[in-house]
Design a protein around this ligand. Structure first.
Ligand code: FES
Ligand SMILES: [Fe+2]
Length: 328
């Protein structure tokens, strides 16, 4: 088996809120389907299967917003955010003309939609990341597309062994063992990052939390720098092989840390930008190291795990809940 079953249930990202402004219509691939995202003039979000129920035009290719409605480019039928056909240019809307809607919401500036193989309503919601309400620096985003699966990329966040080799970290400590509760999972680790001029390197703490396989939040703090980076990792299956791997970066001074840090001095002089950008570049570099592995790896349903890998077995038991009719 090259991958787990391709479309696990749960909430998955379809884009960033800022990329879908009022009046916009966007086409996306999602779980082997074509979907259309639109935002009405008043700002209401809607996600639906792309094909117009009238005669099958792709609403994401030429559909337009008229006030609170999406207008099909083929015969001009209009649809509201509840899926109903509200008008046609020639007569009453046919009763069967209804959009096939996906449940969609926005969390932390990310548009997410729910997928279940049986099409059943969402049984749980994504909880906004902890401390979402606090002030973070500007959001920066980066998206990759590559062959992969969200279960595999999410597994990476609790795979302690790979941090030591792929990411060249040292002295791993488990500050919070992998903890699961329903569709949620969290863990906390600390590592030492060797640096050329600092013999002891710097301590890094990583708190990782996931809502299912499609929405995870990672806080990487470096107390010696007084800096913390929040990284959202949002893998979404496009089809049976490829996925979109969206990331969101935000940074801030760690609340309450010693103001005498280098970061504080740089912030006074230049604003937060130098440390913020350096941390983002560092994390991007490390993500590319992961992606180089993901592109070519193979999923092993029965991996040869060592004693120190036991959290991977625990993770896979947790992940199996997202395959309602099959085993993960
Ligand atoms: S196909 Fe959309 S209105 Fe006819
Ligand atoms: Fe990694």
């Amino acid at each position: 088996m090259k991958s787990p079953p391709p479309f696990p249930s749960g909430w998955y990202a379809l884009g960033f809120s800022e990329d879908l402004r009022a009046g916009m219509v966007v086409a996306r691939k999602f779980m082997g389907r074509e979907v259309v995202l639109f935002r009405t003039e008043s700002g209401k979000l809607c996600v639906a299967a792309s094909y117009c129920p009238h005669l099958g035009a792709n609403l994401g290719k030429g559909g337009s917003i008229c006030g609170e409605f999406l207008r099909c480019p083929f015969h001009g039928f209009t649809y509201g955010v509840n899926g109903e056909c509200t008008s046609t240019p020639y007569g009453r809307p046919p009763p069967a003309a209804r959009l096939d809607l996906l449940e969609a919401v926005e969390v932390s500036g990310v548009i997410i939609a729910y997928h279940h193989p049986a099409g059943t309503p969402a049984e749980w919601q994504v909880e906004p990341p902890p401390e979402d309400e606090f002030t973070w620096g500007p959001r920066r985003t980066k998206t990759w597309t590559f062959p992969g699966h969200p279960q595999e990329t999410m597994e990476n966040s609790i795979d302690v062994g790979h941090f030591l080799v792929t990411h060249r970290l040292q002295d791993p400590q488990v500050l919070q063992p992998l903890t699961t509760e329903g569709p949620r999972m969290s863990a906390m680790y600390a590592f030492r990052r060797p640096l050329p001029l600092l013999q002891r390197g710097v301590l890094m703490k990583l708190f990782t939390s996931s809502n299912g396989l499609g929405f995870s939040c990672h806080n990487l703090s470096v107390p010696q720098l007084g800096w913390e980076t929040r990284l959202l990792v949002l893998p979404t299956p496009l089809d049976e092989v490829n996925m979109e791997f969206r990331t969101v970066f935000m940074g801030r001074m760690i609340p309450g840390v010693n103001r005498q840090t280098l970061t504080a001095a740089l912030k006074t002089r230049f604003g937060a930008a130098p440390v913020e950008l350096a941390m983002m570049q560092y994390i991007l570099f490390e993500i590319r190291r992961d992606i180089a592995i993901f592109r070519h790896k193979r999923y092993l349903p029965r991996p040869a795990l060592g004693r120190e890998d036991r959290q991977i077995g625990q993770y896979r038991v947790w992940a199996s809940q997202f395959y309602p009719s099959s085993r993960g």
